[in-house]
Design a protein around this ligand. Structure first.
Ligand code: FRU
Length: 489
């Protein structure tokens, strides 16, 4: 038996379950100094199966403590994705006076009585002891619609201005908005998205929240994950919309044909944000996999990990207001020593090798393009393998090439070049990379573009190579910081 968290490919600073299958993050809420992370969990296998909610808590979003399974399937179904909130005002009546508690709002995924036809309905469970035990509401389900097959993933928040709870729910290929005074009775408010954005697959796992735009105004952001349709190269992925919300209707700022992708890598799905964080931050976390091959990735004791938690913001770019994301400041907790390099001119054909002493790393690097058509860095480099992170200056695209990154035989969709459109500013490109045993997360120009990608290299590699094609690029500054495992203590 391999020791838990020492297995090949086991993420060392990303959350993964101790064992067995995990998918979407669920019920993320901050309460009494703890960040709760619940998740779609199949405790009896390493492939998707009857869903439970697994549970972990953290004081710092980085180190996690595993807790027992929070919710088990029951007579109305398995426990599909959903959210959790603090019922500060005891609108539900579940709690004692002045002792607010947690309410989970999730999808009961069952079937019609006497038939195999799927039936998805929304249910509640509550906890009076900081999420350590959960009681299902006797009146479940609280919301049903017999006419819609895909009717799931409620994300609920308190809308201050109208004094109501708001639920965004994935309904086929739209998002339906409901409101409630007590989380138990829900009223239809509006439906968004018939013609907007990407309709490449079923819509899942919505989120809706307000964010300030750097420089003044406020906007609402709606996040929508899109299921794998089996055809597109990308598999499952996540889009977002920016607009206005008045407590009942979301109005998209963009025309219907605009599609905004949250992440340009293949492995960031079903992500939503934490509820009830009090310090003003909007923190997001995604499932670091893809339905195209999630059930086949080459890990044994467990399957899947989450992305790093990321702080979201809105800023204005040449193309308009866009969502930016950077890893939360708390990653500093796992930073160890840094080695720095300055000013290296990289010429065509002459890759510059930088020795690497560690396998878990954060790399920050800034390039200044001179005449190159393409430049970047190669990591996880060994005789047979490499992962290339580069910038194509002709097409103005950042890319992560994992075609030779290691094991990929489990899916023909895995070996791929992942690209994000990105303009250079003053010919400069700033990258922040997080390299775990089986993943890489790339954030460009302070979070303007993100590429999240699984990789399964057989070796960690002992060098980083800077390259430039068809001209020169200056590497202005490189910092390689060793990162600690979160499971070591
Ligand atoms: C998204 C999803 C959700 C659903 C859950 C089931 O990955 O398909 O829509 O609630 O996974 O595990």
């Amino acid at each position: 038996m391999t020791q838990t968290y020492k297995e090949q490919y086991r993420p060392q600073f990303h959350f993964s379950p101790e064992e067995k299958w995990m998918n979407d993050p669920n019920g993320m809420v901050f309460f009494n100094d703890e960040y709760h992370l619940l998740y779609q969990y199949h405790p009896f296998g390493t492939t998707w199966g009857p869903m439970h909610w697994g549970h972990a808590v953290s004081k710092d979003l980085i180190h996690w403590e595993h807790l027992p399974i929070a919710l088990y399937p029951d007579e109305i179904g398995a426990i599909f994705s959903g959210s959790a909130v603090v019922d500060w005002k005891n609108t539900t009546g579940f709690f004692e006076k002045d002792q607010p508690g947690l309410v989970a709002i999730y999808t009961s995924a069952g079937t019609y009585p006497d038939s195999d036809r799927p039936l998805q309905q929304q249910s509640l469970a509550y906890s009076k002891d900081n999420g350590r035990t959960w009681v299902k509401f006797k009146g479940n389900p609280v919301l049903s619609d017999v006419n819609i097959t895909d009717y799931r993933d409620p994300k609920v928040f308190w809308h201050e201005e109208t004094n109501k709870w708001v639920m965004v729910l994935a309904t086929g290929q739209t998002i339906t908005i409901y409101t409630s005074y007590n989380l138990k009775e829900w009223e239809f408010a509006s439906e968004f998205g018939h013609t907007a954005g990407s309709h490449d697959g079923v819509w899942e796992c919505p989120d809706l929240f307000k964010l300030p735009v750097v420089g003044g105004q406020e906007k609402w952001v709606m996040i929508v994950s899109i299921g794998d349709n089996g055809q597109s190269a990308e598999g499952s992925r996540t889009q977002y919309f920016i607009g206005q919300f008045d407590g009942s209707t979301f109005v998209n700022d963009h025309d219907d044909s605009t599609i905004l992708w949250l992440d340009f890598g293949r492995d960031n799905y079903a992500g939503v944000s934490w509820s009830d964080i009090q310090d003003g931050r909007r923190i997001y976390l995604g499932w670091m996999s893809n339905w195209r091959y999630a059930n086949q990735v080459p890990t044994e004791a467990w399957r899947s990990a989450m992305t790093l938690p990321r702080e979201l913001s809105l800023a204005t770019t040449e193309a308009g207001i866009r969502l930016f994301q950077i890893p939360v400041a708390e990653v500093s907790k796992i930073r160890k020593g840094t080695e720095s390099y300055q000013k290296i001119s990289v010429e065509t054909g002459n890759g510059v090798s930088i020795p690497l002493a560690h396998s878990l790393m954060e790399i920050t690097i800034e390039f200044e393009k001179e005449s190159s058509s393409q430049f970047g860095l190669i990591i996880r480099h060994s005789e047979e393998e490499k992962t290339v992170i580069g910038y194509n200056a002709v097409e103005e695209k950042l890319f992560v090439d994992r075609t030779q990154s290691g094991e990929h035989s489990f899916s023909t969709s895995f070996a791929a070049v992942q690209e994000a459109p990105l303009k250079l500013e003053d010919q400069r490109l700033k990258l922040q990379l997080f390299l775990d045993t089986s993943s890489i997360e790339v954030f460009a120009n302070n979070g303007e573009a993100a590429i999240t990608s699984l990789i399964f290299p057989s070796e960690t590699g002992q060098e980083l190579i800077l390259f430039s094609n068809e001209g020169t690029t200056n590497m202005l500054e490189l910092n390689v910081t060793e990162l600690d495992s979160i499971w070591s203590k």
